[in-house]
Design a protein around this ligand. Structure first.
Ligand code: OOG
Ligand code: MG
Length: 255
């Protein structure tokens, strides 16, 4: 029997203390279903401390991300209000283990979105779309993990930052995306890298939450997944993601 609660405690505490831990799979044999149970239990510990669930993140929705991490299956994780960084704010690297950033697109839902749904139905539940970035921070040493490990670790999610919301009917097709460190481009990509079109990631999010017995709720944010490989953060940088037609989003990193 896999001790879900104990493994959830290990990962929650590693995240809370920003201290790396060994991959769970080194000592425990567990399934992908177990991994999602561990994730749910570890996020429940955050909710028990007063955090509020406010969305969901998709992972490995682009080739670039799958290639970088050597995994080929789409994954998802849970977002809370505590993970949200305001556009333009400053984060301290001391609160993370070994953070990386990736350029994304975010959706804001105005009503619940169940599954099955078509792309058009999914878009009709959207209140706004925005340029966004995710700060991922694997709780595992050396940012190394199996599929089960990363799922249990809430898909490496740590923080996310969303730019100004744009109209829900904004074009999302093949938009150029540029992520810059101190004004210097470090990753360049396209919204088409996200499953061909980011709305496919929203539909997948609806499907995966529904398979987990949950539902995407009104007011939630859905992060569509990194369009490019992630870049390691370091103190002293201003990080900006600009998405063609959607504007930009930024944050600063200090010691
Ligand atoms: C897993 C999280 C993947 C994305 O956008 O593809 C992810 C990782 O790379 O550590 O967030
Ligand atoms: Mg991501």
């Amino acid at each position: 029997m896999v001790d879900i609660a104990k493994l959830a405690r290990t990962l929650d505490s590693a995240a809370h203390k920003a201290r790396a831990t060994r991959q769970l799979s080194e000592n425990t044999k567990y399934t992908l279903d177990d991994a999602y149970d561990i994730q749910a239990a570890s996020i429940q510990r955050r909710l028990d401390r007063g955090e509020k669930r406010n969305g969901m993140k998709m992972g490995f929705t682009s080739r670039a991300k799958m290639v970088q991490m050597g995994l080929n299956d789409m994954i998802w994780g849970r977002l809370t209000d505590q993970m949200m960084v305001e556009d333009g704010d400053t984060i301290s690297i001391a609160n993370y283990v070994h953070p990386r950033v990736e350029p994304e697109i975010a959706f804001l839902l105005k009503r619940p979105l169940g599954y099955p749904c078509t792309a058009a139905e999914a878009l009709s539940a959207v209140d706004g779309v925005a340029a966004a970035m995710e700060i991922i921070d694997s709780r595992y040493k050396n940012f190394k993990f199996s599929l089960e490990d990363v799922v249990a670790d809430n898909a490496s999610s740590s923080s996310f930052v969303v730019g100004p919301w744009c109209r829900p009917d904004s074009n999302l097709d093949n938009l150029g995306m540029i992520m810059e460190f101190n004004g210097r481009p470090v990753q360049i990509g396209s919204s088409a890298a996200i499953l061909g079109h980011p709305v496919r990631s929203l539909v997948a999010a609806a499907r995966l939450t529904s398979e987990a017995g949950e539902r995407l709720e009104a007011g939630w944010i859905v992060m569509a997944g990194g369009a490019t490989a992630a870049e390691a953060l370091r103190p002293g940088i201003n990080v900006r993601n600009t998405v063609e037609g959607l504007g930009s989003v930024a944050f600063n990193v200090v010691e």
